[in-house]
Design a protein around this ligand. Structure first.
Ligand code: HBI
Ligand code: FE
Length: 296
């Protein structure tokens, strides 16, 4: 995700050195709490049977449906008890090194604003609904929580190798847009999908996208689209697979052999792929969101 507004923004003027700010939960208006409720209700109509159990269990454990934007004082008590993670408020996207440092210390940075009523379907910069509804429930799962910390530590190491695009692709195709095989079928865990009504349906049921089994190096070599539905979704066998792939990989030689830019386009399917669905790519070929193409 290319940070689109990280410096010199009036929102960052009272941020601390690590870009955190106080949530000031009581500053949110009834209208803003109402926006959370609208988005929450809409997602709860489409996620049961589509989101993985770990996500649904996390939503319940943190009671994110209690009504209104969650107060971090309250949810962090529960989250800390479960996996030692906490949510910290930030005004906007933060620089990569700051972001990785937070993850490496089990702090998830959440945008301290919520989208307007005329942006319910899409926002480019992550707001509190994308970050807290989308990302935080998975942090209640101990294996995924370990993965996110390992990712943050890997990210801090990566900064020295100038291979950020590859590392961002790993985040993008797992944390943001990952699918997972479960005994009940293919399910969603990626925050970018679970926080979007249409992509929750498109990612599992549309003919257009590829669905390919996760392979760490393949994912890191694949370009991605930041402002529309994905053209390929990668599918994990388990969160243990994701965690092991990250902690068992010696990233230094991998970064050396990776090219600075992506080798594969977002629509590619290659010889070594384990393909679940070879998509038609009809949605992106027709022009996607920009051309107002109906995805589902
Ligand atoms: N900052 N607040 C915030 N949220 C993000 O998801 C984020 C970020 N900065 C950088 C960043 N993501 C990317 O580098 C990662 O997607 C790798
Ligand atoms: Fe995100």
């Amino acid at each position: 995700m290319d940070p689109i507004s990280i410096y010199a923004d009036e929102r960052t003027k009272n941020a601390r050195d690590d870009f955190t700010i106080d949530q000031n939960w009581d500053q949110f208006t009834p209208e803003e709490h109402g926006t959370w409720d609208i988005l929450y209700q809409r997602q709860m109509e489409c996620l049961p049977g589509r989101a993985c159990d770990e996500f649904i269990n996390g939503l319940k454990a943190l009671n994110l449906g209690r009504g209104g934007i969650p107060d971090y004082e309250i949810i962090n008590k529960e989250l800390m008890k479960l996996t030692g993670w906490q949510v910290v408020a930030v005004p906007c996207l933060v620089p990569d090194d700051v972001f990785f440092e937070h993850l490496a210390n089990r702090r998830f940075p959440a945008g301290n604003f919520i989208r307007k009523r005329n942006q319910l379907d899409y926002i480019q910069e992550p707001d509190v609904f994308h970050d807290v509804f989308g990302h935080v429930p998975m942090l209640t799962d101990s294996v995924f929580a370990d993965y996110m910390e390992a990712y943050g530590k890997g990210g801090m190491r990566a900064l020295g190798f100038d291979r950020l695009k590859a590392l961002a692709a790993l985040y993008w195709y797992t944390v943001e847009f990952g699918l997972i095989n479960t005994p009940k079928g293919m399910r969603i865990y990626g925050a970018g999908i679970v926080s979007s009504h249409n992509e929750s349906i498109f990612s599992l049921e549309a003919r257009s996208p590829n669905r390919i089994h996760f392979d760490l190096e393949r994912v890191m070599r694949t370009d991605y689209c930041i402002d529309d539905f994905q053209q390929t979704y990668f599918v994990n066998a388990s969160f243990e697979e994701l965690f092991r792939a990250t902690v068992e990989t010696d990233f230094a030689p991998l970064y050396e052999r990776l090219n600075p830019s992506s080798d594969f386009t977002p629509t590619a399917a290659i010889e070594s792929d384990r393909v679940y669905t070879r998509g038609t790519q009809e949605y992106s070929r027709a022009g996607g969101r920009k051309r107002g193409i109906k995805a589902v």
